[in-house]
Ligand binder design. Structure first.
Ligand code: HEC
Ligand code: HEC
Length: 450
């Protein structure tokens, strides 16, 4: 079933349930009116309460992910079942059970079956509809390289275990673009397997020495001096930085992506990197965080073995770990409900790392098309190569978010299509129905500024 079909099914079912309990309420009131001696207030409030509960449950359904809805619907089935049961008690107590409409008997039959089924599927191993357990990472001074590189790993992948169908991702956002296992290539960003080894050879290549800027020249976008570890801004500089090392290459890759652009992965003839500056907003890693990521990069290909790590362990007193990586509970997986302001929503989802989005401050990503969808979307569906299902611009935008590979945009500037498979395929799991609506509304109206 497509995510959208699941949406429609749950939305439909949940609304039907509420209407059904409203029907029960009206029916009971009518029956009470027709007969003297029934306790209208008592029965009215019982069934009124049933209706309100169902209304609240329905309302809550709209704030959930599809997976959560799947788990939650069984509560509503239970609520309807109880309504039916009480309805039966009502008919019986008034001695009018022979007047209960056939509809009710049928509904009773089907809900009983649903309950049995829901009970059975709940009894099967759980598909995870509850939030993942929170993990903790160590606080205070860091005692071992193991713990330190683990912090780096958590910044890259997050602390939550992966959710079905969703890549796990941390504050550093790296897995939005990069892969890490041998042979796992998704296109326009280098696979970071073996990057430790590469870091030592890169700095000796002619290409590194001269392109796109020479060693000692300043990168316009970040103000970083290329290949000069002793001129890295003081807050990020390593102690007694003199000679250029592999560690410095990695730090520079993160703080000044355009100082060196891996061949074939850049824009404008490989002179400009589409990678965000990791030490600046929106990602803004501190020195402590950035160093732990470098330590992780240096050791990730040799599990349990830290000989290649050149970053020293931070000694407790020298700098305190920042609050959000240092202590206690760690963030649950990315999810937006739709109650957030639109810019918070878009930043949480990471769209600005790849897209330039008019109206969203700092959204200057370059890996995907500029989002000018008020103009682009209607044109895309007119393209003879368009094979997707959208009939309107709004549908097209929704399709692009839920199923990015339905149509691959052609990059006019580069004269080739944008890479397929780079845009994450799992946004359906990160958005409530409500949030998706809001996002689609906003994106379908984006257009060039001015
Ligand atoms: C928006 C996509 C994007 C994100 C997010 C991103 N990168 Fe990159 N990264 C790239 C691209 C594209 C390149 C290749 C161009 C270049 O050399 O800058 C690259 C290059 C690199 C390189 C150099 C690789 C080599 O073979 O020399 C390293 C190291 C790196 N990234 C690490 C990271 C880490 C660590 C993170 C997370 C903290 C991250 N990147 C986040 C897109 C991204
Ligand atoms: C890792 C990079 C990346 C991220 C993150 C990303 N996208 Fe994309 N997006 C792309 C690429 C590359 C394309 C072009 C290839 C294609 O058509 O699938 C694209 C295409 C699109 C299109 C079609 C544009 C057009 O003009 O036809 C839309 C709309 C879109 N993205 C919206 C979003 C939204 C909204 C988000 C955040 C929820 C997002 N993207 C996150 C890389 C990304």
């Amino acid at each position: 079933m497509l995510p959208e079909q699941a949406d429609i099914l749950w939305t439909f079912t949940t609304i039907i349930f509420t209407l059904f309990s409203l029907f029960a309420f009206i029916n009971v009131i009518q029956n009470c009116r027709e007969r003297a001696g029934t306790n209208t207030v008592l029965w009215g409030s019982v069934f009124g309460a049933g209706f309100i509960i169902n209304l609240l449950l329905t309302n809550h359904m709209f704030d959930l992910t599809q997976q959560e809805q799947l788990g939650f619907i069984s509560w509503q089935v239970l609520a309807v079942f109880l309504t039916l049961l009480t309805w039966g008690v009502f008919f019986k107590s008034e001695n009018i059970e022979n007047q209960s409409p056939p509809l009710i008997r049928a509904a009773f039959f089907y809900t009983t079956i649903s309950i049995l089924l829901a009970g059975y599927t709940n009894w099967l191993p759980q598909q995870r509809s509850d939030p993942p357990p929170k993990a903790t990472i160590p606080t205070g001074g860091v005692e071992s390289m193991d713990a330190y590189t683990e912090m780096g790993r958590v910044i890259v992948f997050g602390s939550a275990p992966p959710v079905a169908g969703q890549k796990s991702i941390g504050k550093g956002q790296c897995p939005l673009c990069h892969t890490f296992d041998p042979g796992d290539n998704i296109g326009r960003c280098p696979n970071l397997f073996g990057v430790e080894e590469r870091s030592h050879t890169r700095i000796k290549e002619d290409r590194y020495l001269n392109e796109p800027i020479k060693i000692g020249e300043v990168d316009g976008a970040t103000g970083i001096v290329k290949g000069k570890p002793d001129e890295v801004p003081e807050e990020y500089r390593r102690a007694d930085a003199s000679e250029l090392t592999g560690e410095d290459y990695l730090r520079e890759s993160l703080m000044c992506p355009s100082c060196y652009v891996v061949k074939g992965y850049g824009k404008a003839g490989d002179t400009k990197s589409p990678m965000p500056v990791i030490s600046k907003p929106p990602i803004s890693l501190s020195k402590f965080e950035l160093n732990s990521v470098i330590a992780w990069l240096q050791s990730k290909d040799t599990p349990g073995e830290f000989a290649s790590v050149t970053i020293p362990l931070p000694t407790g007193g020298e700098e305190a770990p920042p609050a959000d990586t240092g202590g206690g509970d760690v963030e649950p997986p990315t999810f937006v409900t739709g109650s957030e302001p639109i810019d918070v929503m878009i930043n949480t989802l990471g769209c600005p790392l790849c897209h330039t989005i008019p109206g969203i401050e700092g959204a200057v990503g370059e890996l995907g098309p500029k989002l000018h969808e008020k103009i682009n979307a209607p044109n895309r569906i007119k393209d003879p190569n368009y094979k997707g299902k959208a009939k309107t611009g709004r549908d097209y935008v929704k399709e692009s978010i839920l199923n990015p590979n339905a149509y691959i945009v052609f990059n006019e500037e580069a004269g080739e299509p944008f890479p397929e498979g780079v845009m994450p395929q799992d946004f359906a799991n990160k958005l409530s129905v409500n949030a998706l609506d809001k996002l689609v509304d906003f994106i379908s109206n984006t257009q060039p500024e001015g």
